[in-house]
Design a protein around this ligand. Structure first.
Ligand code: OAD
Length: 228
């Protein structure tokens, strides 16, 4: 089976009702990155940071995968589909995708601030992480999110997947955040690259086939082209 590698960003989940970051009305218009998405922000005001991610988690409880997520899962019948997502929601998994690599962490996991290595599932019955919530070893828990200024531990694995792509697809990301946006540079020169986004996204690669549509419609168009 051909390897279909898909890099997704916030726009993938927009039609499910999840806010993007950099569009008008996006999350970074309402919150300062430094305050809620950096280790310094967490040190300065853990309550604020935990509240920000508690809100994201509560929102995740009420949204569902959209047609785009569902169609990507469906494509597993025809391709070895490998999803590399910058999204911290679990909508790809909810849609039934089997191989999902989360570059920026996962909302439904918490992490110990002790060694930073112990990762725990957030239970659907108790989705808030609050100051005073500790891991079994007694350290404060934090969201399992890769904040700005932190290493991206899954990036090496993402590179290996991108290098093996037979078809590479980018969906709903402004390609402004590195190293994620740099993954395109590891795709072999012979490989066609599709880009699905309703807006203009600057990607400097001559192999890019642009599908200027939202995720759901765009994935349907992609299917038409690659299932021919
Ligand atoms: P952005 O908010 O930067 O970009 C969202 C992209 O989705 C834009 O290119 C939009 O045009 C596009 N878009 C909007 N509606 C869409 C739709 N219905 N269908 C498809 N695309 C649509 O989000 P990301 O690129 O994912 O990291 O941001 C990357 C990282 O920056 C995030 O993972 C997050 C953020 O800061 C962390 O918080 C660590």
């Amino acid at each position: 089976m051909k390897k279909l590698v898909i890099l997704t960003g916030a726009g993938m989940s927009a039609e499910s009702g999840v806010s993007t970051f950099r569009d008008a009305g996006g999350l970074w218009e309402k919150h300062r990155i430094e305050d809620v998405a950096t280790p310094e922000g967490f040190r300065n005001n853990p309550e604020l940071v935990l509240r920000f991610y508690n809100e994201r988690r509560k929102q995740l409880m009420i949204v569902k995968p959209n047609e785009g997520h569902l169609d990507l899962a469906e494509l597993e019948k025809n391709f070895d589909v490998q999803i590399i997502t910058q999204n911290v929601d679990n909508l790809h998994e909810q849609a039934g995708s089997s191989h999902v690599l989360h570059l920026h962490g996962e909302l439904m996991k918490s992490r110990s601030t002790g060694t930073g290595k112990e990762i725990y599932d957030v239970q659907p019955g108790k989705i808030e992480i609050n100051v005073g919530d500790k891991c079994p070893k007694g350290y404060q828990l934090r969201p399992h999110i890769v904040w700005f200024g932190e290493a991206v531990p899954e990036f090496e694995n993402a590179i290996k997947i991108a290098e093996q792509a037979d078809i590479f697809v980018i969906i709903g990301t402004s390609m402004q955040v590195y190293p994620a946006a740099g993954l395109i540079n590891y795709v072999s020169a012979r490989v066609p690259i599709y880009l699905i986004d309703p807006n203009e996204v600057a990607v400097y690669n001559k192999n890019v086939i642009v599908i200027k549509k939202g995720a759901s419609e765009g994935v349907k168009e992609l299917m038409k082209q690659i299932l021919k």
